[in-house]
Design a protein around this ligand. Structure first.
Ligand SMILES: [Fe+2]
Length: 243
């Protein structure tokens, strides 16, 4: 488990159950607001449709436990904070400083994005504009995949790997810790030094151990390799920004 996490609900503090009130943190029971401000979107595919990459067991724990937990905690915070309740999830991710509301909001957003980055009909070579831009930036698809996997392996502890679009047609592969997101202002650094923080996310890979431990134990490399079998290039193309 990731003991170095700064998040409010690190894996070690989460008790996973199924059904109502699935999450209890160590210190605080999360309760749904009535009605909840933020709604966890349904999964975009059947839970057993990615079994050559992720088992239904992993999806169940990940979606019903961890992902739902972030939404529950965000709703609990919004019930006590009118200003937060008026914000969109995108605003929370892009505008809030680091803290409890950002952490839970960003983790909710990041997982929404992660599920969409996968598809039972995915895989194969990158298509459309993303395919062209990958060749422009890396020369070969293999070189692109190799860097994506290496960035994922080099990332210490919990976080996310992101394929992002910087200025124009420049693409970057970066990893960010914990809940951090390329859209968040407080995580931005200068473009030169940070390889384009502040870019537009095209795809992401969850590097938290809860994303792969059931299926791969500590073998993050195998997890990152099999990602390509289901990566949703259509979604990546939807996220491309044309200026
Ligand atoms: Fe996750």
């Amino acid at each position: 488990m990731d003991t170095s996490s700064r998040l409010v609900i690190p894996d070690v503090f989460v008790e996973v159950k199924h059904g109502k009130d699935a999450i209890k943190s160590k210190d605080e029971k999360t309760e749904a607001t009535d009605p909840p401000k933020f709604t966890q979107p349904p999964l975009p595919w059947a839970r057993d449709s990615l079994v050559n990459f992720l088992s239904a067991e992993t999806i169940n724990y990940h979606y019903d436990g961890h992902h739902k937990g972030y939404y529950d905690m965000l709703n609990a915070l919004a019930a006590k904070d009118k200003k937060l309740a008026k914000m969109s999830l995108n605003d929370i991710v892009s505008q809030l400083p680091a803290g409890q509301a950002f952490n839970n909001g960003a983790q909710a957003w990041n997982h929404d994005f992660y599920w969409k980055s996968l598809s039972p009909k995915g895989g194969g070579d990158p298509s459309g504009e993303v395919g062209k831009m990958i060749i422009e930036n890396w020369k070969t698809i293999d070189a692109f995949k190799k860097e994506f996997i290496q960035v994922s392996l080099n990332h210490f502890a919990s976080g996310w790997t992101w394929l992002i679009q910087g200025k124009g047609r420049k693409l970057y592969i970066i990893s960010l810790p914990n809940a951090e997101n390329p859209l968040s202002k407080h995580s931005m650094k200068d473009e030169e030094g940070s390889k384009g923080h502040g870019g537009h996310p095209l795809l992401c890979l969850d590097l938290w151990e809860h994303a792969y431990y059931v299926d791969y134990r500590i073998n993050r490399e195998e997890y990152a390799n099999r990602f390509w079998s289901y990566v949703n290039w259509g979604f990546a193309n939807e996220n491309v920004v044309t200026e």
